[in-house]
Ligand binder design. Structure first.
Ligand code: FAD
Ligand code: EGO
Length: 471
């Protein structure tokens, strides 16, 4: 008898609920492990749909996300269809553009098209014979005791389905998570931030990109922020972040223009006056929510991943990357515990919660810091300081953005290391400061200045540097 036949238990069924970015990738991971995978997605198949509605058109893909794609053999393909962004390009109010590299040569983030990425992942999942994609299946409810799920079709018919494992990848407003909320000892918090976002398209100019393509363009204006990521069709997708109350204050095309004239004048001719006046009113500003919860599992039955487990605000460009990394972490624990779900699920919660909570906090921290005091000068200054300190002590000081974006350092360890680095930097500054004061006093004593007053207000900058540390 063949060994395979001795172990003739039926293949376990994994139901992946949600065929978005994380669900489709997860389907590949589970299919690779030999499970019978059923994906249930509420929308129609986006590969054949005529109109694709959805959030943000493009996303920044970085190391963690790429690592996960590599596991399922998709990294090269996706990377080849992305646009590398080697540096941020900071736009000052006077129109000056200043690039600051992300790191060494070869360190870059990628602008990828969300819809295209989703399509490729679905197509990849379908190449496994043990995977089936079920579109037009909206999870209505499920029973945490029996594991039975109820799906509603577009025609209103309902369907009951059972699975050995339910993987909730149904996004920030997860229906799977609703059953978790009814249970004792489930921690949950959700915060809507006062900002909304709006996407505007910057068309090509003379058949080419209207701005330099290989950059993440950023207009830091404290509470008003705009970014632009390049697309393959030579357009840029600009995302304007602003408090809802300011969005609501602008009610006419002329007011849009006036607002841009004041804060983003260089973008007006690039987006186009008429387009700007019109696009602004096409869709209302969208909300952003941060969700943290724990545990991520119920017994050996159900687990949450991606935004369903941790929606983060987009101010670190890590939401999808973190969700993709979830898939790797789960896969590694499956290896470690031989697919024994009763061991794997609690371990996954134990290992992953601290890291997902850390990135949720970091993203929120960036939001608060940027809106409070990041204008273009401060942005440039801070990134120069980061790069300079890293250059001076490459092994001791690694910028937080670098650890988060270009390594797989566990998020919670990146935070710990960052706090340690800040202590080192502050001590260094203290000694330098003491040295400077002593040295300065000596020099002043030897060469008394012939001006009455020397007033340099470094104090303000100094205090800000000390109080906010360095990212
Ligand atoms: P989703 O993409 O939301 O997918 C969930 C899927 O589940 C959807 O297909 C939905 O139709 C389906 N679904 C929902 N309910 C049900 C149901 N009841 N039954 C069946 N199916 C259901 N991340 C980055 O890494 N880099 C970035 O640059 C970046 N930029 C962003 C910019 C903005 C403005 C926003 C809002 C987010 C950004 N993100 C970014 C975050 C990223 O979009 C998310 O983290 C990512 O989409 C999460 O993937 P997901 O599969 O978990 O959820
Ligand atoms: C001082 C200076 C403190 C997303 C700069 C903090 C985020 C923050 C939304 C950028 C890059 C990918 C992004 C940097 C900081 C994406 C990102 C950053 C934005 C907004 C974004 C950077 C999509 C914060 N990465 N980032 O260092 O370049 O620094 F500006 Cl609004």
């Amino acid at each position: 008898m063949e060994p395979a036949e001795i172990k003739s238990e039926k293949k376990k069924v994994v139901a992946v609920v949600g065929g978005g970015l994380v669900g489709a990738l997860n389907a590949c991971f589970f299919a690779k492990r030999g499970f019978d995978v059923q994906v249930y997605e509420s929308r129609e198949d986006i590969r054949t749909a005529k109109v694709v509605k959805g959030r943000s058109i493009n996303l920044a893909l970085s190391h963690r996300g790429r690592s996960a794609l590599k596991h399922v053999g998709l990294e090269e393909k996706i990377v080849s269809q992305g646009i590398p962004m080697h540096a941020r390009m900071i736009h000052s109010l006077n129109g000056k553009q200043s690039p600051i590299p992300y790191g060494k040569k070869g360190q870059f983030i990628l602008s990828v098209d969300r819809a295209n990425l989703n399509k490729q992942l679905l197509t990849e999942a379908e190449t496994y014979p043990n995977t089936k994609l079920n579109f037009d299946h909206k999870l209505q409810d499920w029973n945490a005791e029996t594991g039975a799920m109820t799906f509603v079709r577009a025609d209103g018919t309902k369907q009951q389905i059972l699975a050995d494992l339910i993987v909730g990848c149904d996004g920030a407003f997860s229906s799977i998570r609703k059953q978790f909320l009814r249970r004792s000892r489930f921690n949950y918090s959700q915060t809507y931030i006062p900002h909304g976002y709006m996407e505007l398209t910057m068309p090509p100019r003379d058949g080419d990109f209207a701005m330099k393509p290989n950059y993440l363009h950023i207009w830091p204006r404290n509470t008003f922020m705009m970014i632009a990521l390049p697309n393959l069709d030579k357009t840029f997708t600009c995302t304007l972040f602003m408090p809802f109350e300011n969005f609501e204050e602008i009610t006419t095309g002329d007011e849009v223009l006036e607002f841009f004239q004041k804060y983003f004048p260089d973008a007006i001719p690039l987006i186009g006056v008429e387009a700007l006046k019109c696009d602004y009113f096409r869709l209302p500003a969208q909300a952003m929510v941060s969700v943290k919860c724990s545990p991520y599992h119920i017994a050996d039955k159900c687990v949450l991943m991606g935004d369903a487990a941790h929606a983060v605000v987009p101010f670190y460009g890590q939401g999808m990357n973190a969700g993709f990394e979830d898939c790797i972490v789960f896969d590694e624990i499956m290896d470690q515990f031989n697919d024994d779900l009763s061991e794997v699920l609690p371990e996954y919660t134990r290992v992953r919660v601290p890291d997902d909570h850390a990135i949720a906090d970091l993203a929120m921290y960036n939001y608060i810091e940027m809106r409070a005091h990041v204008n273009s000068k401060w942005f440039l200054f801070r990134k120069y300081v980061d790069n300079f300190l890293h250059f001076l002590m490459p092994r001791t000081i690694v910028p937080l953005y670098t650890m988060v974006t270009f390594t797989r350092t566990r998020y919670h360890q990146a935070v710990e290391r960052w706090q340690w680095q800040n202590k080192v930097i502050n001590r260094g500054l203290f000694f330098c400061g003491t040295g400077a004061v002593l040295g300065g006093s000596y020099l002043l004593f030897k060469n008394p200045p012939n001006v009455d007053k020397i007033h340099i207000d470094v104090e303000k900058m100094w205090n800000r540097l000390l109080s906010t540390g360095t990212s």
